[in-house]
Ligand binder design. Structure first.
Ligand SMILES: [Mg+2]
Ligand SMILES: [Zn+2]
Length: 97
């Protein structure tokens, strides 16, 4: 499954509900799922971690759909040619603050 496939799948399954819910409520769902991920990262099984990573990505994709953002394009534009800071494939940005 590509990211485009996932974005189209989520849109097909939930588009009407997602757009009716809107950005603020969808963002809250995403944050709630990030909280669940934090919990299982601290003390969860591998299966629980996989489950919560899936939720976080799904809600991030949902939020992108509601905002008409194509994530593949966004990611290719920003990271497709390497580090956005230095432009190299292996980052050579100064790590000092
Ligand atoms: Mg969850
Ligand atoms: Zn860099």
């Amino acid at each position: 499954m590509t990211l485009d496939d996932l974005q189209a799948l989520i849109d097909k399954m939930y588009s009407d509900k997602d757009r009716a819910r809107g950005t603020p409520a969808t963002f809250l769902w995403l944050v709630e799922e990030i909280g669940e991920l934090a919990s299982v990262l601290r003390e969860g099984t591998q299966e629980q971690k996989e489950d919560e990573f899936a939720d976080v990505v799904a809600w991030m994709v949902t939020l992108a759909n509601v905002n008409n953002v194509n994530l593949t394009k966004a990611l290719e534009d920003k990271y497709g040619k390497g580090c956005p800071g230095c432009g190299h494939l292996v980052c050579t940005c100064d790590t000092k603050p």
